[in-house]
Design a protein around this ligand. Structure first.
Ligand code: BES
Ligand code: ZN
Length: 838
């Protein structure tokens, strides 16, 4: 590929400093020749040097380059079409007759444009790009902009010149060359939208096409700014390390994050595809048009897009009740990580590329989205939209830092946004608000509130801060209404609530919008519990309550047995998201239990808890049942399978047999559940049967489902074979991590998977170097241990081995091991008493 300036005079840059050297980013690039045009002169460098460490190339000139002159630098260079899923890389696919072929694909974020061409590879150094590709005649070739000129040369190659891009950051440049089919549509506001799929599978692009064409005009009206490019391509890439990438006008996706096969795609996957498409298209404004100044402000991109994807899905699919799901998808997952000592503030200094990779994490995404949701709620929809428009208009084609966003929202709302929000973006962690209520007279209550940093181990925070917390309160008088809103901007405060009687309950943080936890006094909590069982408390409040309680229990502030008792009052629960929260809490507990002799008792507890809801839902989807009931059925049946519930397992096995022999295929939503039912007590023949099923499908989603289910086997010899399979050429590098993770999170495979990692760490390091996939793998390999010895062993191992870009992940996981160990020691006796007596 070459980047050819069309009108050089426009592209000249001023030399601002007298220098004999020009340094650019370049990595694994060989510069063959270079020329610098200054006025009428052309000078060539006398030498070129490279720095692997800094990922740069420097061109040295004999004479000092004169300040003030305009110059144009041209270079001839070659790079490597690599297999690392970054920079310009090759992605393997098979033709319909089974022939192996390769596509050429780019993935530049965060710092890999420099692997494709020498450039100043920083988000704030924006440029326009004129891209020309010379490709085999029968290949599809795409880039950010439409083709404006096409010629065929005598040797049968096509030369495609793409239109000049708007001024943009290097990390958003993209090209793809390969064989694809596509479906096409046009958005209401005139943008041509195409979804490129593997050959022969274009119908699988229809769902994403629908989402993309509908969301473009929605965002246009939401931001009151049109999408500036004439076209928007979405493309499914077979080998892709992230989930999706927002390249301007050419969004790339992992196949499972964009393709929908109506018969074989589960509802939860389809929902996640809608969110992903909404996310990447949100970036076209937030990130592409207005870009963060430096990666320190990455959260502006990712947190914001992670918020807006929910706006999109809520608009297109109101039946998904997606804002409720936000709380378990985003909010509680952020809190879980953010209470660790090894968390980090939203805004974090980063320098080296490996440090940049590491902040694509739950803090930038989930905490970022959660604090934006809190602000959105605080200033209200209308001012929020106004502020967004100010921000995007003012900074379009430029770069920003967090303060610019606060300033725009402040202007629109006349709320001191910067003062409130900087505590959330600059401080690590979040507060726990302790509340007590004192009845003054029949109708008046005084709330006493105080805040301090919430710590995972319940210890007194080393450094305590004061957040500016927008507090909301509801009461049993109107469970769905906000009774009072105020800012808690001190350590302690008293607030008077009117219209509250001695028997009324009071709920802090209704809707679980505030990014904090609540600790109620005993009396307040006792009044809330009945409102859970009779479901007077709205779903997100039932959810918030249990999630907070569980976190307190992990922190040692209430006993696990107490929380299990509380969970009992959720037995009549009907809401999918509340069940998700309960399930998440119990799976943390499951990890502890897996280090004890209590598993059979825990299974009894679980079966009792999930049984009523499973009985209500049954195995068959009802005509016209709600989206959430379909999701809930998959959730509870899969839980019952893992609780070793006999009749559910038998039914799952029966359905699997019918599926295999062609009598009746299992709906996609229940397949994972049935596969696990077969495998968890399965033998070698079941393993082989599953491999056969894997080989019989070319749908990536189905392959994922099967290969991950393999991790639930119980025999460690077979689990070792699962790892061999994961590492074989049958599983793509992008997927093998998740198969190994499935083995590692299974208590039966835990030690073996860790041993495997230790024995093969160099190989794995090479395969995933510098990528977040490696960090993901390491996290799940180690965080489920629960003893001081293991914590020390893991720490020692990573002290001697350099895995750059995983340092913070390792510290977080080691901290989690120690938390597990402390929790187990603290609660084992009371847990044993509770579970064995139930
Ligand atoms: N910009 C990211 C892609 C990315 C992630 C690039 C990490 C480099 C490193 C993209 O917008 C994104 O956030 N993708 C998500 C999926 C999304 C739906 C949350 C991903 O890849 O996980
Ligand atoms: Zn993103």
């Amino acid at each position: 590929m070459s980047v050819i300036p069309k009108t050089p005079s426009n592209l000249m840059s001023k030399i601002t400093e007298a220098t004999k050297a020009i340094t650019l980013n370049a990595s694994d690039i060989d510069i063959k020749s270079a020329e610098l045009i200054i006025g009428n002169d052309t000078v060539a460098p006398i030498g070129i040097t490279y720095s692997n460490q800094n990922e740069t190339a420097s061109l040295y000139f004999a004479k000092e380059l004169p300040v003030g002159d305009s110059a144009l630098l041209t270079m001839k260079f070659s790079g490597e079409l690599n297999d690392k899923m970054k920079g310009f890389y090759r992605s393997k696919y098979f033709t319909q007759s089974g022939e192996e072929r390769y596509a050429g694909v780019t993935q530049f974020e965060a710092t890999d444009a420099r692997r494709c061409f020498p450039c100043w590879d920083e988000p704030a150094i924006k440029a326009t790009f004129d891209i020309t590709l010379v490709v085999p005649a029968d290949r599809v070739a795409l880039s950010n902009m439409p083709v404006i000129e096409e010629t065929t040369s005598s040797d049968g190659l096509r030369r495609l010149r793409f239109d000049r891009t708007p001024i943009m950051s290097t990390y958003l440049v993209a090209v793809v060359v390969g064989e694809y089919d596509y479906v096409e549509g046009k958005s209401e506001d005139g943008v041509i939208v195409r979804v490129f799929t593997p050959v022969g599978k274009k119908e699988q692009g229809l769902f994403a096409l629908e989402v993309a064409t509908k969301v473009l005009p929605y965002y246009k009206s939401y931001f009151n700014i049109a999408y500036p490019l004439p076209k928007m391509d979405l493309i499914a890439i077979a080998d892709f390390s992230a989930g999706a990438m927002e390249n301007w006008g050419l969004v790339t996706y992992r196949e499972t994050f964009v393709l929908v096969d109506p018969k074989n795609t589960s509802l939860i996957r389809k929902q996640s595809i809608a969110l992903t498409v909404g996310h990447e298209i949100a970036h076209q404004w937030f990130g592409n048009l207005v870009t963060m100044e430096w990666w320190t402000h990455l959260w502006l991109n990712e947190g914001y897009a992670s918020f807006v994807e929910f706006l999109c899905v809520n608009h297109l699919f109101p039946e998904y009740d997606i804002w409720t799901q936000f709380v378990t998808d985003m909010h509680t997952r952020a809190l879980e990580l953010d209470c660790l000592k090894n968390s980090h503030p939203i805004e974090v200094p980063v320098g080296h590329p490996s440090e940049i990779d590491e902040i694509f994490d739950e803090i930038s995404y989930n905490k970022g989205a959660s604090v934006i949701r809190m602000l959105h709620d605080y200033i209200g929809e209308s001012d929020f939209r106004k502020g967004m428009n100010i921000y995007l208009t003012r900074h379009q084609y430029k770069n920003t830092c967090t303060e610019d966003l606060w300033a725009a929202l402040q202007e629109a709302s006349s709320v001191p946004v910067a003062e409130v929000m900087s505590t959330w973006s600059k401080l690590q962690g979040f507060p726990v608000v302790s509340v007590d209520a004192i009845q003054k007279d029949d109708n008046k209550m005084v709330l006493k509130l105080s805040q301090s940093k919430f710590t995972a181990d319940g210890s007194k925070p080393v450094e305590d801060y004061t957040w500016v917390i927008p507090i909301t309160v509801s009461t049993s008088k109107h469970p769905d209404k906000i009774a009072k809103t105020f800012l808690l901007n001190k350590k302690e405060m008293e607030v008077v609530l009117d219209d509250v009687g001695p028997n009324d309950w009071i709920k802090i943080n209704p809707g679980t919008v505030g990014y904090y936890r609540t600790r109620y006094s005993k009396e307040m909590l006792e009044k809330l519990i009945p409102a859970v069982s009779n479901m007077e408390l709205p779903p997100l409040d039932r959810l918030g309550l249990i999630d907070d309680m569980f976190a307190m229990c992990q922190a040692g502030q209430t006993s696990t047995a107490e929380v299990l008792k509380l969970i009992d009052s959720y037995r009549n629960e009907t809401n999918y998201t509340v069940w998700t929260a309960i399930t998440n809490s119990l799976s943390n507990l499951y990890i502890l239990i897996s280090h004890t002799e209590l598993m059979d008792y825990f299974n009894i507890y679980g079966e009792k808890l999930y049984r009523p809801v499973a009985d209500r839902l049954g195995w068959e989807a009802r005509e016209g049942e709600s989206h959430l009931d379909t999701l809930l059925r998959s959730l509870v049946l899969s839980r019952l399978v893992s609780f070793r519930c006999k009749d559910v397992i038998n039914e799952a096995k029966k359905r699997f047999r019918n599926h295999i022999d062609g009598t009746a295929s299992i709906p996609a939503d229940l397949r994972s559940t049935c596969y696990k039912a077969i495998l968890q007590n399965g033998d070698e023949s079941n393993f082989n049967e599953m491999l056969k099923l894997y080989r019989s499908t070319d749908l990536h989603e189905e392959q994922d489902r099967i290969s991950r289910a393999l991790g639930s086997m119980s025999d460690v010899v077979l689990l070792r074979k699962v790892i061999d399979f994961a590492m074989s050429s049958e599983v793509r590098a992008q997927d093998s991590v998740f198969v190994i993770v499935a083995v590692a999170v299974n208590p039966k495979g835990r030690d073996m998977a860790w041993q495997f990692f230790k024995d093969n760490n160099q190989k794995l390091l090479e395969q995933y170097q510098g990528g977040f996939l490696l960090a993901r793998l390491i996290k799940y390999l180690i965080e489920n241990f629960a003893s001081e010895e293991k914590a020390i062993e893991v720490e020692k191992f990573f002290k001697t081995k350099q895995f750059s870009g995983t340092e913070r992940t390792v510290s977080q996981a080691v901290e989690t091991i120690r938390l597990n160990a402390a929790w187990l020691q603290r609660d084992l006796d009371s847990l044993t008493a509770y579970l064995t007596k139930q």
